[in-house]
Ligand binder design. Structure first.
Ligand code: ADP
Ligand code: MG
Length: 396
C-alpha cells in the first residue's frame, strides 16, 4: 500500500513536526559520522522551501537516568544540522513546556527549531519508549502536520513516532519513502531473479531474515560467520570458526528444504588468532585445520558468488562476508561489493548496521541503489514484519 508523503500535504504556514533519525554515533561529545543528518536534509529542505515552520526532533542513544543526559544532548546535532542547512537552527534544550511552546509560536515560515532528545522523557517512567499516550498526545498538540522520516526507529512503537501518529495526520519524509520503496520493494514485489546474500556474525540473529529471504530469493548466498554453522551441518570440520551448536539442526533443516537454492562458501581464510596480524592461509572448506578459525571467505568463493550474481535483477545483502574490520579479512566483503558494482540492470540494496557501514567504509557508497539507514529496522523489515512506525503513516 502506497503511503502519503510530504508532497501530499499543505505545508505553507503550518507547524510541521518532523521525526528524524539523528541517532548518530558520538564520541566524547563529537559526532563521529553525520550520515544520518545528511540523509535527513532533503525532507527538511523541502518543507522549509514550501514555507513550513519546522519542529524537528529525534532520540539519541539510551537515556536511563538523569546522569546520562549530559552526554546525550542533541545540541551538537542541532549545530551540525545548522551548518548543513546553512541556516539557523534554534535549539530548545527541553522536551516539553512553556519555553518550547513559545519558541514554536515565534517561528516564521521557513524557520526551523529542534528540541531535545526525546528519550530524556525515559528517565521518568520510560514515557517515550513505552509510548505513554499523554506524551504522544502532547507532542501532537504542538503541530499541524506530522512528517515521519525516522526509518531507523520504525520497528519501535514509541511516543515520538507511533504515539504522535495517533493524533495527527502522518506522512512519510523522503528518506522513509526511499526505505519503503527499496526494502519494502524487496519483500513485497521484487524484480526477479532475486539473489540474497547473507553473512555477519550469527545464525541466531538472522533466523527470521534467512527464512523470509528463502521465500523471496532464487538464490541465497551465505558467507560470514554464520556460514560455518551451515558447513558443520553438512558434516564438515570447521576448526575454531564461529559455531552455534544449538543451530545446527535448524541449518540442516534449511539445507534440506532449500537444496541448491542455498550456496555456501567453498574456501576460507584461516588464522590461529583473531587478529589482523595473524598468519593467513587460504584453504578449502574441507580442509579447515582444527586449531584455526576462518575469518573471511576465500577467492574461490568470491568467484562463485560472482557467478551466482550474474543476471540478477534484484540483489539484497545483509551481513559482511568476513571480519571486514580487519583489513586483511576484508577481501571477501570487498569482492562481493565489486561484483555488485559490476551488475548493470540490477536494483541492489544493502541493509543492516554493520553491512551498511562496511559498504561505505570500503568505498562502495555509490555502487548500491540503496544503502539502508536502519540497522534493526531494516532487519525486521527484511524478516517480512510490518513495522509499527510505517503502519502509522497514512495510506494514499
Ligand atoms: P549487520 O549489523 O549488518 O546485521 P552482523 O552484526 O550480523 O551484521 O555482523 C557483523 C559482524 O560479523 C562483523 O563485526 C564481522 O566482524 C562479523 N563477522 C563476519 N564474518 C565473520 C567470521 N568469519 N568470523 C567472525 N566474525 C565474523
Ligand atoms: Mg550488527
Amino acid at each position: 500500500m502506497a503511503k502519503k508523503d510530504v508532497t501530499d500535504v499543505a505545508l505553507k504556514g503550518k507547524v510541521v513536526l518532523v521525526r528524524a533519525d539523528f541517532n548518530v554515533p558520538m564520541k566524547d561529545g563529537e559526532i563521529t559520522n553525520d550520515n544520518r543528518i545528511v540523509q535527513a536534509l532533503p525532507t527538511l529542505q523541502y518543507i522549509l522551501e514550501q514555507g513550513g515552520k519546522v519542529v524537528v526532533f529525534s532520540h539519541l542513544g539510551k537515556v536511563k537516568e538523569e546522569s546520562d543526559k549530559a552526554k546525550l544532548s542533541l545540541a551538537p546535532v542541532a549545530k551540525r544540522l545548522s551548518e548543513k542547512l546553512d541556516k539557523e537552527v534554534t535549539f530548545i534544550p527541553e522536551t516539553r513546556g512553556e519555553k518550547l511552546e513559545s519558541a514554536i509560536q515565534a517561528l516564521n515560515e521557513g524557520e526551523i527549531l529542534m528540541f531535545e532528545n526525546t528519550r530524556f522523557e525515559d528517565v521518568d517512567g520510560k514515557k517515550e519508549s513505552k509510548n505513554d499516550p499523554e506524551l504522544g498526545k502532547y507532542w501532537a498538540s504542538l503541530g499541524d502536520v506530522f512528517v515521519n522520516d525516522a526509518f531507523g526507529t520504525a520497528h519501535r512503537e514509541h511516543a515520538s513516532n507511533v504515539g504522535i501518529s495517533t493524533h495527527l495526520e502522518t506522512v512519510a519524509g523522503f528518506l522513509m519513502e526511499k526505505e519503503i520503496k527499496f526494502i519494502g520493494g524487496v519483500v513485497e514485489n521484487p524484480d526477479k531473479p532475486v539473489v540474497a546474500i547473507l553473512g555477519g556474525a550469527k545464525v541466531s540473529d538472522k533466523i527470521g531474515v534467512i527464512e523470509n529471504l528463502l521465500n523471496i530469493a532464487d538464490k541465497v548466498l551465505i558467507g560470514g560467520g554464520m556460514a560455518y554453522t551451515f558447513l558443520k551441518a553438512q558434516g564438515k570440520e570447521i576448526g575454531l570458526s564461529l559455531l552455534e551448536a544449538d543451530r545446527i539442526e535448524f541449518a540442516k533443516d534449511l539445507l534440506e528444504r532449500a537444496g541448491d537454492q542455498i550456496v555456501l562458501p567453498v574456501d576460507g581464510k584461516v588464522a590461529k588468532e583473531f587478529s589482523n596480524d595473524a598468519e593467513i592461509t587460504e584453504v578449502s572448506v574441507d580442509e579447515i585445520p582444527e586449531d584455526q578459525e576462518s575469518l573471511d571467505i576465500g577467492p574461490k568463493t568470491v568467484e562463485l558468488f560472482k557467478q551466482q550474481l550474474e543476471g540478477a535483477h534484484t540483489v539484497v545483502w545483509n551481513g559482511p562476508m568476513g571480519v571486514f574490520e580487519f583489513s586483511n579479512f576484508a577481501q571477501g566483503t570487498i569482492g562481493v561489493c565489486e561484483a555488485i558494482a559490476e551488475l548493470k540492470d540490477a536494483t541492489t540494496i544493502i541493509g543492516g548496521g554493520d553491512s551498511a557501514a562496511a559498504a561505505m567504509q570500503l568505498g562502495f557508497e555509490d555502487d548500491f541503489t540503496h544503502i539502508s539507514t536502519g540497522g534493526g529496522a531494516s532487519l525486521e523489515y527484511l524478516e517480512g514484519k510490518e513495522l509499527p512506525g510505517i503502519k502509522a503513516i497514512a495510506n494514499k
